[in-house]
Design a protein around this ligand. Structure first.
Ligand SMILES: Cc1cc2nc3c(=O)[nH]c(=O)nc-3n(C[C@H](O)[C@H](O)[C@H](O)COP(=O)(O)OP(=O)(O)OC[C@H]3O[C@@H](n4cnc5c(N)ncnc54)[C@H](O)[C@@H]3O)c2cc1C
Ligand SMILES: NC(=O)c1ccc[n+]([C@@H]2O[C@H](COP(=O)([O-])OP(=O)(O)OC[C@H]3O[C@@H](n4cnc5c(N)ncnc54)[C@H](O)[C@@H]3O)[C@@H](O)[C@H]2O)c1
Length: 495
C-alpha cells in the first residue's frame, strides 16, 4: 500500500547540507522528513569523502612519523602496511561517524525515508525505492525502517534540495578498471605501487600525498603550470616544492588524452600531451585516479522540469539565505555555486533552517569559509589574496606580510617546511581600521591554525587587537601570532 506523509520540512539528501538543515529545523520545533537513497546517512562526506580519506591520511601521518623517527634518534624497522587492517580501520571510522549521526537524527525525532525522491512542480515529493531496494522504507532511523510501498508521497510546507554531486570523468576516458574516481580509490583493496593522478585540486593532492607516504611512486598530471593554480600563489608554489621534495613527480602543462590497459592487461597506460612542446608522452601505472572536480546532481529530469534557476554549470541559484526562485524550495551544499566543502554546507543548512523557522539569520559569508588540503605539509587558506582584496572587495592600503616559518620552534623540531602569508588592509568605509583580510598557510597543523585566522577575519577584529592574542609557547600557532605582530609593524622573533 502506498502512503502519504505530511511534514513541515522535507529534505532530499542526507549529506552535510541535508542533515545540517534537518538537525537545526528539528531543534527549532519543525517536523522534519529526511529522504536518502543511500543505505546510510552522511552523504559524500561521511561515506566516500572527508571521513574515509582523512582516516587514510591519519594512517599516512603515522607512516611519515615512523619514517622520520631516525632523525630524532629513534630506530624503527621499516614499517609495512597490513592492508586488510587499514581497510578495517577506515570502515570502522566511517561506521562510527554514520551511526553517531543516525542516532542524533533519531534523537531529534527526524523522520527518515529510504528512497529516491523527486520534487514535482506542484510541490509534492514522490519517493520511489532506492536503487538497492524494492520498497520505500520509512522510520525513525535508517536502521529501523518499515516497508511503506513502492511509492510514498510527501506533502511538505518547505522542501530543501541537498542532492550533492558525483565525480566528473575525463572527456573520452570513462571510469572503470584501473581508471578510478575518488570513491573507487578510497575502497582499493591494495595500495598502488605506481599511481598516476590527473587533477590539481584537493582530491588529487590529498591522494598524491597519502599514497606517497604509503610508499607509492606518484605522478601528478597537471594541466596548468602548478597545482592549485587558483589558490594563493606563494602557498601553491611552496606546497608544490614540498610535494616534489617528498618525491612526488609533477608533470605540468599536461593533458590526458587516452588510457589503455597496461602491459599484460594489468594497470593502465596513460597517454598525455604536453602543451609546452605539443609532444605526446605515456606513463604506466597500477591506477589512474581522475580528480578533476565533481558534477552537481541537478541533471535529473524532475529537477530540470522545476521552475528554478540553474546555471550552465548545473548549479542552483539561490538568494543569500538559500531560497531558490521557486517559492518554499531551498538548495544547500555542493549543488549551489561556491566552495564544495562540508563545513560550508553545514553553515548553509543552519541558515536555511533558521530562515524557514522565521528567524532572521545572517547570510553565510563566503569570504570567511576556510579551505584546507590535508597534504603533508597541510595547506590552509581563508579570505583574500592581495589582488582579490583590492579588485573584488575594493579594500585599500592592502599589503601582504610573510612570516619566516622556519624560525618557529615546532617547525624546527618537526624538520618541516612551509609558508605563512597574512594579507591586511582597510575595508571600504573603514579607512582607519586595518584588519586581517586573508591568511594562507602551508605547515603541519595548518588545518587547526586556520580556525583562529577565520575568527579574527570574520569578526573584523582590528589588526592591533588581533596582534595582542597570546599564543602558547612553543606551538605552531605562534607562527600566526608572530605574523600578526609583524603585520602590525611590531615584529618580535623576526626582523
Ligand atoms: C574524496 C573527497 C574528500 C573530501 N574531503 C573533504 C574534507 O576533508 N573537508 C570538506 O569540507 N569537504 C570535503 N569533501 C567535500 C564534501 O564531501 C562535500 O562538500 C559535501 O559532502 C557536500 O555535502 P552535500 O550535502 O551538498 O552533498 P553530499 O554529501 O553529496 O550528499 C548528497 C546526498 O543526497 C543523496 N541524494 C541525491 N539525490 C537524491 C535523491 N533524488 N533522493 C534521495 N537522496 C538523494 C545522495 O545519496 C547523498 O547522500 C570531500 C569530497 C571528496 C569527494
Ligand atoms: N580537504 C578538503 O576540503 C577536500 C578534500 C577533497 C575534496 N574536496 C572537495 O571535493 C570537490 C572535488 O575535489 P577535486 O579536487 O576533484 O576538484 P577541484 O575542483 O578542487 O579541483 C579540480 C582540479 O582539476 C583540474 N582540472 C579540471 N579539469 C581538468 C582536465 N580536463 N584535465 C586536467 N585537470 C583538470 C582543475 O584545474 C583543478 O585543479 C571539491 O569541491 C573540493 O573542495 C575537499
Amino acid at each position: 500500500m502506498n502512503s502519504t506523509l505530511q511534514t513541515d520540512v522535507a529534505i532530499i539528501g542526507a549529506g552535510p547540507g541535508g542533515y545540517a538543515t534537518a538537525l537545526r529545523a528539528a531543534e527549532l520545533g519543525k517536523s522534519v522528513t529526511l529522504i536518502e537513497r543511500d543505505a546510510h546517512v552522511g552523504g559524500t562526506c561521511l561515506l566516500r569523502g572527508c571521513i574515509p580519506s582523512k582516516a587514510l591520511i591519519s594512517a599516512a601521518h603515522t607512516m611519515d612519523a615512523m619514517n622520520h623517527a631516525a632523525t630524532m634518534g629513534i630506530q624503527v624497522t621499516a614499517p609495512s602496511v597490513d592492508e586488510a587492517k587499514l581497510a578495517q580501520y577506515r570502515e570502522q571510522t566511517v561506521t562510527t561517524m554514520t551511526s553517531g549521526l543516525a542516532e542524533l537524527l533519531a534523537a531529534r525525532h527526524i523522520q527518515m525515508v529510504h528512497g529516491q525522491a523527486a520534487l514535482q512542480s506542484d510541490g509534492t515529493i514522490l519517493v520511489t525505492p532506492a536503487p538497492d531496494a524494492t520498497q520505500v522504507r520509512v522510520g525513525q532511523s535508517l536502521d529501523a525502517l518499515h516497508d511503506a510501498g513502492t511509492q510514498v508521497t510527501i506533502q511538505a510546507t518547505d522542501t530543501v534540495l541537498a542532492t550533492g554531486g558525483r565525480p566528473r570523468p575525463l572527456p573520452n576516458v570513462p571510469f572503470g578498471g584501473a581508471v578510478l574516481d575518488s570513491t573507487a580509490a578510497l575502497g582499493l583493496e591494495h595500495l598502488p605501487k605506481r599511481a598516476a593522478i590527473v587533477g590539481a585540486g584537493s582530491v588529487a593532492l590529498e591522494f598524491a600525498s597519502m599514497w606517497r607516504s604509503m610508499g607509492a611512486e606518484v605522478t601528478l598530471l597537471v594541466r596548468h603550470d602548478t597545482p592549485l593554480s587558483h589558490a594563493h600563489h606563494r602557498s601553491a608554489v611552496v606546497l608544490t616544492r614540498e610535494l616534489k621534495r617528498r618525491g612526488i613527480k609533477i608533470v605540468a602543462h599536461s593533458q590526458v588524452t587516452e588510457t589503455t590497459p597496461g602491459e599484460s592487461g594489468e594497470g593502465v597506460h596513460v597517454t598525455y600531451t604536453s602543451s609546452l612542446d605539443n609532444e605526446t608522452y605515456g606513463i604506466d601505472a597500477d591506477v589512474l585516479l581522475v580528480a578533476i572536480g565533481r558534477d552537481p546532481n541537478t541533471d535529473m529530469p524532475w529537477m530540470q522540469d522545476l521552475d528554478i534557476d540553474i546555471t550552465d554549470a548545473g548549479l542552483i541559484v539561490t538568494d543569500d539565505l538559500g531560497q531558490t526562485s521557486m517559492p518554499h524550495v531551498w538548495a544547500v551544499g555542493d549543488i549551489t555555486p561556491g566552495h564544495g566543502l562540508a563545513h560550508r554546507a553545514f553553515e548553509q543548512g543552519i541558515t536555511i533552517a533558521e530562515a524557514i523557522a522565521g528567524l532572521n539569520p545572517k547570510p553565510v559569508d563566503e569570504r570567511t569559509i576556510p579551505s584546507v588540503i590535508f597534504t603533508t605539509p597541510e595547506f590552509a587558506s581563508v579570505g583574500r589574496t592581495v589582488q582579490e582584496a583590492q579588485t573584488i572587495d575594493g579594500c585599500t592600503d592592502v599589503t601582504e606580510t610573510l612570516y619566516p616559518v622556519m624560525g618557529n620552534a615546532r617547525m624546527v623540531m618537526e624538520r618541516a617546511n612551509g609558508s605563512m602569508a597574512v594579507v591586511t588592509g582597510c575595508r571600504p568605509g573603514h579607512p582607519d581600521q586595518r584588519e586581517v583580510l586573508g591568511v594562507h598557510i602551508v605547515a603541519p597543523m595548518a588545518s587547526e591554525l586556520i580556525g583562529q585566522a577565520e575568527h579574527v577575519l570574520g569578526a573584523h577584529t582590528p589588526l592591533s587587537d588581533a596582534a595582542r592574542l597570546i599564543e602558547p609557547h612553543p606551538t605552531f600557532s605562534e607562527m600566526f601570532g608572530e605574523a600578526l605582530l609583524k603585520a602590525d609593524g611590531r615584529p618580535f622573533n623576526t626582523l
